[in-house]
Design a protein around this ligand. Sequence first.
Ligand code: NAD
Length: 293
Amino acid sequence: MNQPRILDGKAVAATVLEACRNQAAALHAQGITPGLAVVLVGEDPASQVYVGSKARTCAELGFYSRKIVLPATTSQQQLLEVVRGLNADPAIHGILVQSPPPKHIDEEAIIRAIDPRKDVDGFHPENVAKLVLEDPTGFVPCTPAGCMNLLEVAGIATAGAEAVVIGRSMIVGKPLALLLVSKRANATVTIAHSRSRDLPAICRRADILIAAVGRPEMVKADWIKPGAVVIDVGINRVADPTKKSGYRLTGDVAYEEVAPLCAAITPVPGGVGPMTIAMLMQNTLQAARQLSS
Ligand code: NAD
């Protein structure tokens, strides 16, 4: 059996965060403290965990962070006012509204209300346009940026490679496809989605296969071209009575059967997940630099 190379997102993220810490120290010397505001509406337990770990990471890097927790009953207007306040606040360089908000909130309108210069999630239409235009002053969404960073650090050649991205969300699939096809990466990209015909055949073409769907262990061994690089973005909770929590995390790839066929693969957890927060910190530094220059 082939032993694939495990792309250790935890280790790569630790290196990125160390660099962020040093860059934050250099900004401190100029009287600038990078500041990130995270807004959480409602009490979704997974969101609370994410928000907590973002605040902790900020503290470790010497960033200023502000956590704003609003009740689930917060109106659209009240949330817009909070965002406008943060837009105008010079201590805040990055603004993130934790997704998903309660159903009565129009998430798209909230994203559009964030000052694009502080939109460290990279979801504002102005930043989406900059991604398409390959303008480096824009903010690249954190999870796709993390996937690209993992590939780069591992020295995986993307130029001319057949890349298949499963999933077309604005958070992962679409921006990742744009990054792969950019002049920096030069891959040949196929975007597959829920309406694609014969997904296994599309995947078998891939030198680099990226799964961003949200379906546990959907990608099977016979979908893989031997020697492919597989990036598993999926984070799924599946019931597991042997765990204290009652569940375990699994990706979109059937890891046990797929890994032996791969040249390299990301584990879940410990692959793409840790990269996302590291990229958020990088984006916040970029915002602090750009807003201060
Ligand atoms: P999403 O639900 O917005 O999008 C899922 C995409 O998968 C859609 O574009 C859909 O067309 C496609 N899809 C659905 N069923 C399919 C099928 N049967 N065949 C082919 N394509 C299908 O999800 P998302 O926000 O893009 O997240 C995807 C996964 O990545 C989730 O598991 C999520 O938890 C995970 N995620 C992880 C991170 C991280 O930090 N690692 C960050 C964001 C999302």
